[in-house]
Design a protein around this ligand. Sequence first.
Ligand code: UDP
Ligand code: MN
Length: 331
Amino acid sequence: MKCLLVMVVSHKLPRILLMILAWSGLTTTTFYLWRNGVSVQCELGKNEYANIDRLTTSAVRNITFGLDDIFISVKTSGKFHASRLQVILKTWWNNCRNQTTFFSDEDDSNLMNTSGARILNTNCGNSHFRTHLCCKMGFEYDYFMNTGKKWWCHFDDDNYVNAKRLVKVLSGYDSNKDHYIGRPSLSYPISTTYIGRMVSFWFATGGAGICISKSLAVKMSKWSRNGRFRHSCNSIKLPDDCTLGFIINNRLGVNLTVREDFNSHLQSLKRIRIDEIASQVTLSHSADQGYLNVLNMQNVAAFSISQDPTRFLSLHCHLHPEIHWCPSKRT
Ligand code: UDP
Ligand code: MN
């Protein structure tokens, strides 16, 4: 016997309903989840009714989770609008335009008008000083807390973000639980002093990208909200990404979930094989920094190194060969 059920649910199937279904002996139930004005058809088999916990967390979350649940913040600076933002705006940003906000230290109405990108001036100051970077990270946090989204993912402006993979990976974690996801740059916990005492903790490097669930972000409030993030930075005298680790790992006792598919230019990018690229969440480059560390796109490169020093154009064409400016589409 089959049953058709039309439901208006945002996140979860009510437990009681699943229990009734489990007892009812129905073989399949088709139901509709209503999400962002679109209904999603889902089918549950008899065996699945019984596993209520899995259904209410994993299965339903996967069905309903999407890019719109993620707030993507990119830290940038006026001096990088031309060199770093242009290549991002030509490539990965096009897959998550509405979800992405750039946090800069300069107004750029020109770039905003030509691209349509959301670029905010944090007025934090345009240097690599800790105080300026921490001011920006605090700004990103406060901004995220007003979005109502399930995840905050922070990236640097020398990151390539594979939005499709990001959604896939985050759909495997519950944003109602505490998750701190990224990749450390050190192989040991960092140590520092905090009010005269030694503390040590793990932190995810900002250069590989960091994702934080809403549940965890809410708990960080005491050390982060309304400009308090800057004070937290000052209290341990370490940069913004380390301070996230201090708050999350040391103060809140939440472990870092290490993901090897988050990549910064602190690791050797040329060691990532072509067949591994599509499964990476983030990639990076150091094309405009003192040392060259870029992806090895030699065998599939759509563009030469001089046309594409960051390798992001070739990377983007590798992932999306159908794009009109990619060589396979050019006449
Ligand atoms: N950044 C910034 N202000 C600065 C210098 C850097 O906001 O004065 C940002 C930059 O846009 C990037 C991040 O900080 O998102 C890391 O900077 P960079 O890649 O130049 O240095 P790294 O820390 O990777 O050596
Ligand atoms: Mn960098």
